[in-house]
Design a protein around this ligand. Structure first.
Ligand code: GLU
Length: 455
């Protein structure tokens, strides 16, 4: 059996963190079994589906490198197949035409709520044809027995069939409902494993009835617990961004996000740097936790910082240039690349170094803050003396380091007495990466110019 999974987002908004994680699980499971991972855009709700949302979903999937190589399926292009099945179910006597008016349906809903009974239309047992009247097609749910699902994550779960509503599968305007479309598509796309959020667990008990009536092979189900915020409530905007692509804009790398989302509700070991190939190798559905996981930005920051520091400098450089819209000349580029490893040690996300770009790339940068300029004026002698010494030292990190050290020994100073004004003069900042690296990468000309600047 070829494993086939699918990620089936409804394009009514951006790619949610929970959706992205579902997609990752589907992607990994298919890859692990050399199977197929499909993406189906469930866009049958014309009022709520937008092309912007479709694009946003693809942006998110592409960023995480988990878009499919197969043709993307748009559910709206398959309505005829769904409708055909609705009529087949009708012909088999597994579904019926329901002619209830809106008012009658309203009454039935109230009654069923009051009595705690499922909606079963009085048309269920009448095979009447009223050619001139509008109707919906409802599935005739079994009223006895139990439906059991052996969910890979949730274990064996069952419902008494008597509680199942006779759900609508075809609306009066002859459009299929999600409950029908999704099952028909899964069957026709030969999906073997349905991996999705456990908010769809109730749907599974209803959808499986269609599968049984049609004598189709039942898929395996894996319903994943939802993601919560750190306070234990369902993840929402008040916990931070829920749009996965926002994290790209914030300066997280896609590899770190992928690795973090994978671990969110899935545990294999205590590691947290899962790369794609390793994740494929280790992934199993059985290791998905049964209880909801908590989205923890601190952990994500931690992972992102690890990834940033392990990444090839050229790759981070490219990310930064794209994100800040930089187009640098070679000398500027070399300075930035040279300082990147030091800069990255101090941040969680690469956008945090935005403030550092100016002093690195702009040769004629000078410290502009009035208070800082006063400090620099008061330390002019120190700065000029150090500048002279640096100017005559051959340019290696070791030499720069010993020049500074010898200077403080000779002058009987503490390092911070030179470190503070040097930092301000060179970077305009109180905090900066390691000073020796800053001096080395800026180069002798820039350093001496900045140290001798008359404010
Ligand atoms: N389109 C549904 C959603 O976005 C998913 C349906 C499914 O996975 O079966 O929630």
């Amino acid at each position: 059996m070829e494993v086939v999974t699918r990620f089936a987002p409804s394009p009514t908004g951006y790619l949610h963190i929970g959706g992205a994680r579902t997609a990752i699980f589907n992607y990994l499971f298919a890859k692990k079994h050399n199977g197929k991972y499909l993406v189906r855009i469930e866009d049958t709700d014309q009022k709520r589906s937008t092309s912007e949302a479709v694009k946003a979903i693809h942006d998110g999937l592409n960023w995480l490198k988990i878009n499919t190589n197969e043709k993307i399926v748009y559910q709206s292009s398959r309505l005829n197949s769904h409708t055909k099945i609705a009529y087949e179910l009708l012909d088999k006597g597994c579904a019926y035409k329901c002619y209830l008016s809106n008012d009658e349906l309203q009454d039935l809903r109230i009654k069923s709520r009051e009595n705690g009974i499922p909606i079963k239309s009085p048309w269920r047992n009448k095979s009447v044809n009223k050619p001139d009247k509008e109707f919906v097609i409802r599935l005739k749910m079994p009223s006895e027995g139990t439906t059991v699902i052996n969910d890979i994550v949730q274990g064996e779960i069952s419902v008494q069939n008597e509680i199942l509503d006779d759900m609508v599968i075809l609306r009066s305007d002859k459009t299929p409902t999600y409950m029908l479309s999704s099952v028909v598509d899964d069957y026709e796309m030969a999906v073997t494993h349905i991996i999705r959020g456990d908010d769809h667990l109730n749907n599974a008990f209803r959808q499986i009835q269609i599968i049984k009536y049609m004598n189709w092979k039942e898929p395996y189900y894996a319903h994943i617990p939802l993601i919560h915020g750190t306070d234990g409530s369902k993840l929402s905007k008040r916990h931070g961004a829920t749009n996965v692509f926002e994290y790209h804009k914030m300066g997280y790398t896609s590899d770190a996000m992928f690795s973090y989302l994978l671990q969110l509700g899935w545990s294999s070991s205590n590691e947290d740097n899962y790369e794609y190939s390793k994740a494929v190798e280790l992934f199993t559905l059985e290791k998905i936790n049964k209880s909801p996981s908590k989205f923890d930005i601190k952990k994500l920051n931690n992972i992102n910082s690890k990834f940033l520091n392990n990444m090839d400098v050229n790759e981070v450089y490219d990310l930064i240039c794209k994100s800040f819209n930089l187009n640098l000349e070679n000398t500027q580029k070399n300075r930035l690349k040279g300082l990147l490893p030091e800069l990255l040690k101090r941040v969680n996300v690469y956008t945090e170094i935005r403030d550092d770009i100016e002093w690195i790339v702009n040769e004629s940068f000078i410290c502009t803050d009035n208070d800082h300029q006063k400090i620099l004026n008061a330390n002019l002698t120190i700065l000029n003396e150090i500048s002279l010494l640096l100017d005559s030292c051959s340019w290696t990190k070791d030499n720069i380091n010993s020049t500074l050290k010898n200077y403080i020994i000779n002058k009987n100073l503490k390092f911070k007495e030179i470190g503070y004004p040097l930092r301000l003069a060179l970077t305009g900042k109180i905090n900066s990466p390691d000073l020796v690296s800053v001096i080395y990468e800026l180069g002798c000309t820039i350093v001496t110019n900045r140290l001798n600047y008359q404010y």
